[in-house]
Design a protein around this ligand. Structure first.
Ligand SMILES: Cc1cc2nc3c(=O)[nH]c(=O)nc-3n(C[C@H](O)[C@H](O)[C@H](O)COP(=O)(O)OP(=O)(O)OC[C@H]3O[C@@H](n4cnc5c(N)ncnc54)[C@H](O)[C@@H]3O)c2cc1C
Length: 410
């Protein structure tokens, strides 16, 4: 493990960690990511996600947005349906792309992770599990589980929901909380007449819901989301009935409108990935003078706005901008980073949590009212505000002069 001492130490080789290394590199700041997984494949589990306009704009500031064309498919429309009563609401993502100056892409997570890790190259060290760090006035020393150590001027914890770095910063914090949802993700092959290209479809039931869209390689990503009651029933009944997850999902979703059952049927049992969804309450600080957090380590959020990875990318780019602007004053840079990021990340996380509650409503009358509301007022009262909140990033807004000015007013 090389120890250059001038290299920023980034803990975690997920989307946040890799984007941080690339953003720092583009700002002329050397950095290396350390990842506990022994191989890239193990660090990139999961399936599809949408890289929204805000993250594309962030990647553009460091010259990486062009790579998305090679791995993703442009998203054109977003559609809400009711399991029982058909179309509820729809918006044009193309209009959003024109308004915000960047498209949105559906990508497979391994493809996005693969793209980032290829660009990071030798600046990613695998098989390095962080144990603890010590900070002094000149830098940070990080120790790994296997006894190795590395020292740098700054430690960035990009080590996800159960971050070791965060735990050392906030030892008395409660652990992440189960958000009452379990997502079963799969990838299937279905013809174009069953699943059109460029459309994100979200179908609500009474408790569970189902999402699907095409990825860059033309496969279809799907996500069957179970609220905790259904999830527990499924988890409890599947093994005792001698069922696998796929069969149990077919019991739950088998009567849903096409192509929902066909997507489950077209996916092998061992290719369905159940994931429990967690989040954390916000905290007012993420940093000391030489240690900070980014991505899920800083502000995890439920997946109901599809913004966790997008906020991770935004955060990584803003952090690099702040470090580059502060010309070696690490404490000032981290304070500027917190000022730009915490409030935004918390607002997105709160909206995401609220959306999760609405999606899980299960009483038939409440669901009928929700569906009626979505038909009549969704566009005016929900979509525009949510879209504005999530997409209106200040990426690129802060030049070095402004950053220094801001810091001198602290
Ligand atoms: C079902 C589901 C669907 C989602 N859909 C979307 C979506 O559509 N759009 C979206 O934007 N987001 C989505 N998200 C959220 C998104 O996946 C996360 O927000 C994103 O992956 C966070 O990236 P990260 O790099 O911060 O964390 P992670 O991806 O968790 O990466 C952290 C990395 O740190 C490593 N690590 C952990 N501990 C240590 C240690 N001690 N030492 C060294 N390395 C360590 C881990 O192995 C991992 O590789 C979804 C999440 C789920 C669960």
């Amino acid at each position: 493990m090389a120890d250059r001492r001038d290299e920023v130490v980034v803990m975690g080789g997920g989307i946040a960690g890799l984007t941080t290394v690339l953003a720092l590199r583009s700002a002329g700041i050397p950095a290396k990511a350390y990842e506990r997984a022994p191989a890239l494949r193990a660090a990139a589990s999961g399936n599809g996600l949408v890289v929204w306009h805000n993250a594309v704009l962030a990647l553009r500031t460091i010259g990486l947005d062009k790579h998305l064309d090679g791995i993703g498919a442009e998203l054109h429309r977003y559609r809400f349906r009711s399991r029982r009563s058909g179309g509820l609401a729809e918006w044009s993502v193309e209009d959003g792309a024109r308004r915000h100056g960047a498209p949105a892409y559906t990508v497979s997570r391994p493809a996005l992770h693969g793209m980032l890790s290829e660009l990071v190259g030798d600046d990613l060290v695998l098989g390095a599990r962080c144990k603890e760090f010590t900070e002094d006035t000149a830098g940070v020393t990080v120790r790994f589980q296997d006894g190795r150590a590395v020292r740098g001027p700054l430690l960035i914890g990009a080590d996800g929901l159960r971050s070791t770095v965060r735990h050392q910063l906030m030892p008395y914090e409660q652990p992440p909380r189960y958000a009452g949802m379990t997502a079963c993700q799969g990838i299937a092959q279905l013809p174009l007449d069953k699943v059109p290209a460029g459309v994100f479809v979200n179908t609500f039931g009474e408790g569970p819901w189902f999402v699907y869209y095409r990825l860059g390689d033309d496969s279809v990503y799907w996500d069957a989301v179970l609220d905790d009651r259904t999830g527990r029933r499924l988890a409890g009944s599947a093994p005792s009935l001698g069922l696998g997850v796929r069969e149990a999902l077919l019991r739950e979703f088998g009567q849903w409108p096409d192509p929902v059952p066909a997507l489950i049927e077209a996916t092998a049992e061992d290719e369905i990935l159940p994931v429990d969804i967690y989040d954390r309450d916000p905290v007012p600080r993420w940093s000391t003078d030489r240690v900070t957090l980014v991505g899920d380590a800083a502000q995890p959020m439920t997946f109901n706005l599809g913004q966790g990875a997008n906020q991770a990318i935004e955060g990584a780019v803003v952090l690099a901008q702040c470090l580059s602007s502060a010309q070696g004053d690490t404490a000032a840079a981290l304070a500027a980073y917190e000022r730009r990021r915490i409030d935004r990340a918390v607002r997105v996380a709160r909206r995401s949590r609220a959306n999760g509650v609405l999606s899980r409503w299960r009483h038939p009358v409440v669901c009928l009212l929700r569906d009626a509301f979505m038909r009549v007022a969704f566009d005016r009262l929900v979509y525009r505000k949510t879209y504005q909140l999530t997409m209106d990033t200040d990426i690129g807004a802060l030049d070095s002069g402004t950053a220094q000015q801001e810091d001198s007013h602290r």
